[in-house]
Design a protein around this ligand. Structure first.
Ligand SMILES: O=c1ccn([C@@H]2O[C@H](COP(=O)(O)O)[C@@H](O)[C@H]2O)c(=O)[nH]1
Length: 274
């Protein structure tokens, strides 16, 4: 999917909500455990109930890898289901990959070609030659970790190296890489106060913003400091939506939580001049 198509979908749905599909078999409703593939059954119900309210789904691959081959198959069925039934939805493999060049190429093939995701999250720590193999894929997006939502972000990312914070160096340097127009960045909702300075460095890039909901990030603050002329934001909530109920009504409750966020986004968008 192109960025232009993503922006047009945001305008149409009045939503820049990304729903995280982080399926934990200990948290899903008990009745689903009788299904052949409980993970897929859960995802399908959530997708059927919420696809009109969001523009992106983000399965975090850890939640699938943890269940071995069955988990990976459930991930594959989930992405096929989204791509076949809702091709307008932007898909994110939250896999946080990155390795020496030839290995990164294989990671990129796994997520972009085999699984047909629109994007994958990538760690910048190994530098240019570990990220450029992902960037080489046309109409696919590499979402680079910049300033993450967790407390550990302060261990390295905000530390100054040669007089500049590391996350700012990631933003500035990555802009010089080949095919950098295929870059998006992860910035945690819990770090909203950094967004104005981040926008000074990368005014046009899309940001994937996790941390609203269970981690306490504030949607209004993220929009105030992080939005650009093309919206430029995908705000993710995972647990706050998919575990709104662990009973028979889980999909309905997920839709209700999604609607609450979508309505707040529509309100913000109504004040935006296009
Ligand atoms: O900085 C980051 C990067 C990724 N994540 C991931 O996003 C979701 C957040 O889940 P919630 O349940 O809404 O807290 C999860 O998959 C994280 O691994 C992040 O939180 N922060």
């Amino acid at each position: 999917m192109t960025t232009k198509q993503l922006i047009s979908e945001i305008k149409k749905k009045q939503s820049f909500l990304c729903i995280g599909l982080d399926v934990d078999l200990n948290k899903i409703p008990k009745h689903l455990l009788k299904e052949d593939d409980p993970i897929f059954a859960f995802n399908k119900a959530i997708i059927d109930a919420t696809h009109h309210l969001c523009v992106a789904y983000k399965p975090n691959t850890a939640f699938y890898e943890a269940y071995g081959i069955k988990g990976w198959k459930a991930l594959e069925k989930t992405i096929v289901y989204i791509n076949e039934n809702h091709p307008e939805i932007f898909t994110i493999a939250d896999a946080k990959r990155g390795d020496i060049g030839n290995t990164s190429t294989m990671y990129a093939k796994a997520f972009f070609e085999d699984l047909s995701f629109d994007s994958v999250t990538v760690a910048p720590y190994m530098g240019k030659d570990s990220v450029e193999p992902f960037l080489a894929f046309k109409n696919k997006h590499t979402i680079l970790l910049a300033l993450t939502s967790n407390q550990g972000a302060f261990d390295f990312q905000t530390k100054e190296v040669h007089g500049k914070e590391l996350y700012k160096q990631v933003l500035e340097t990555s802009r010089t890489w080949e095919n950098s127009e295929n870059l998006m960045y992860v910035v945690g909702a819990t770090k909203a106060e950094y967004l104005a300075e981040i926008r000074d460095i990368i005014p046009d890039s899309f940001l994937l913003v996790p941390g609203v909901g269970a981690q306490g990030g504030n949607l209004q603050d993220v929009c105030k400091y992080g939005m650009n002329a093309n919206i430029g934001l995908l705000i993710n909530s995972s647990r706050g939506i998919i575990y709104a109920s662990n009973d028979e009504d889980f999909a309905l409750m997920a839709a209700q939580k999604s609607k609450e966020l979508q309505e707040q986004m529509a309100e913000v968008l109504s004040k935006q001049s296009w």
